[in-house]
Unconditional design. Structure first.
Length: 546
């Protein structure tokens, strides 16, 4: 199959060189000068990642400290029914965003997909803006800081010790071969999924009275202290404030779904791999999150003092609180997996920052030295540059590590929302270009029904969440500079980067008729991908990560 594909590709390229290839839809002759290779630099990268790697890397980047450490604070703000509604509402926005990024990435599978898409479909200024904001948001080592927080559950050593140890681990994991990284993350991902399954089962056992005291909890905590928590105010207003103030922490939990297109340039068959991985990832993410928070709402009351007033260590994890004194072996196991979760999240941040810098360099927005790769096709200079910022995690060495983690989480949530906004805009402008140039959505390699409306839906709510992310600071007596800065700093930063680049380079928005769709469609024709083989018999067992 692969030999036939390569022969077909060589034959087609020969046709292009002879200028006999015609464009896919408009009927105009295509000469060799018309074809622009937008994948020039991606060819220097390794192509060793498969669909299972993309799926599990995305899962690893989604499930992390947002669920295992921060969900307790979310529960304390919202109450049991409130937290479920939060995860459902944000999950719907994530699903819409996922549909948008998949369609665009399957059409143009670039490394650091949506950053390159924004430059091609929307504006070079937006590509510059989004790229450097992504670098900035991922060099903030919030997950590595979380590693130090988790280790305080077992050790009284200064967090700086653990930051040093695990910081070196990040350099080793990211600095050799992307396939090696993929296999390590595959193991971490399986551990994460197994932990969630164990937590759900253990929570069910506790809820149904399977513990030594045989106390059947049922829906007791939904009745007392109640289905919704009140924050600042009482009554319905207090419940709404609690619900809306928790949106940012849930956004943080869902952050990372964009990873499905991050490594497009390092995938064996990127289009089909992205499509399959994205569908599985959203199904896994949404269903596992929902199962976990439903079970959490049953076994921990929202007015529990430990989760309501976290001390900055993993002992405040709501899952540890639920299991302590019930199933004695589970708290240590939970923290061990949470540790691998935080480590893999930190590793992914280094990966993302380095690939975005590679993408920026490929478009001339960063020094070309960042394009250098080693013999395994890994951009080692970009990786090294990303690792230089690991020492920022030493901020956690102070006694206020919980405050630092809260700041990092708030900043990251705002950046994630900006990502979702840009992803929606990319899709909207792509559809505009298709229409202007006489193409149909049916010409795209992969599509979902309703995505045209999903992009506008995601855009509206992502903007709403971003603009109201720090609304609590505007309530009398609730001002906190750290919270306000984390929620809104991204807005002036993005405006400065966008307008600064546009004014200096005099490059604003790309006209829909100027988007180079022809070369992208030609690339699809030149690089056909075989369909996935159908799973038979016992092969169907591994459908989640195959």
């Amino acid at each position: 199959m692969d030999i036939d594909l390569e022969k077909n590709r060589e034959k087609t390229i020969g046709v292009v060189i002879e200028s006999d290839l015609r464009s896919l839809d408009d009927g105009n002759s295509l000469t060799s000068d018309d074809y622009v290779d937008h994948f020039e630099y991606d060819k220097t990268l390794s192509k060793s990642l498969k669909s299972r790697h993309l799926s599990i890397i995305t899962v690893v980047s989604v499930f992390g400290t947002g669920l295992f450490l921060s969900s307790g604070g979310t529960l304390a703000k919202t109450g049991p029914v409130g937290i479920i509604l939060c995860y459902i509402c944000v999950g719907v926005i994530v699903g819409c965003s996922q549909m948008c990024i998949v369609e665009a990435s399957c059409f143009a599978p670039f490394t650091s997909g949506y950053v390159r898409h924004s430059e091609m479909f929307v504006s070079p200024a937006m590509g510059f803006m989004m790229g450097w904001i992504d670098v900035y948001s991922n060099i903030i080592p919030n997950e590595l800081e979380a590693v130090a927080v988790v280790m305080q559950y077992w050790s009284d050593l200064n967090p700086a010790v653990w930051i040093t140890v695990f910081g070196l681990c990040l350099v080793v994991i990211n600095g050799y071969n992307i396939k090696w990284y993929g296999e390590i993350e595959f193991v971490f991902g399986i551990l994460k999924l197994s932990l969630i399954i164990i937590l759900v089962i253990a929570g069910l056992v506790i809820d149904l009275g399977g513990t030594p005291d045989h106390d059947r909890i049922g829906f007791r905590y939904w009745v007392d202290p109640g289905p919704f928590a009140e924050k600042i105010f009482t009554g319905s207003l207090g419940k709404f404030v609690g619900f809306w103030s928790a949106i940012n922490s849930v956004v943080y939990s869902y952050g990372g779904v964009q990873a499905v297109s991050l490594l497009s340039g390092e995938s064996e068959y990127p289009r089909r791999s992205i499509y399959r991985a994205a569908k599985k990832v959203f199904f896994i993410t949404f269903s596992f999150y929902l199962a976990a928070v439903i079970m959490l709402s049953l076994v921990v009351p929202y007015n529990n003092k430990v989760i309501a007033s976290p001390n900055g260590t993993a002992s405040a994890s709501p899952f540890v609180v639920a299991m302590s004194g019930q199933i004695n072996v589970l708290p240590d196991y939970i923290n061990a997996i949470v540790l691998t979760s935080a480590l893999s999240g930190a590793s992914y941040a280094v990966l993302k920052a380095s690939r975005v810098m590679f993408a920026l360099a490929s478009k001339g927005h960063a020094p070309k030295i960042l394009l250098k790769t080693n013999k395994h096709g890994l951009p080692y200079v970009a990786v090294g540059m990303a690792c230089l910022f690991i020492p920022l995690a030493y901020m956690a060495s102070s006694s206020g590590s919980d405050v630092v983690f809260s700041w990092f989480q708030s900043i990251t949530s705002s950046n994630i929302l900006l990502n979702w906004i840009v992803i929606s805009l990319n899709h909207i402008f792509l559809n505009r270009a298709l229409k202007a140039q006489g193409y149909s959505r049916k010409d795209l390699p992969y599509t979902f029904p309703g995505t045209v409306f999903a992009s506008w839906f995601s855009l509206f709510f992502s903007c709403l969440f971003l603009l109201t992310g720090g609304f609590v600071n505007f309530i009398h007596g609730q001002w906190d500079f750290g919270s306000f800065f984390g929620a809104y700093f991204i807005i002036p930063l993005s405006l400065v980067l966008f307008f600064g680049y546009a004014l200096i380079r005099r490059k604003w928005f790309v006209k829909p008729t100027d988007v180079d769709l022809k070369s992208l469609f030609t690339h699809i024709e030149l690089n056909p991908e075989p369909p996935f083989p159908k799973l038979k018999g016992f092969q169907k067992i591994n459908f989640l990560w195959s």
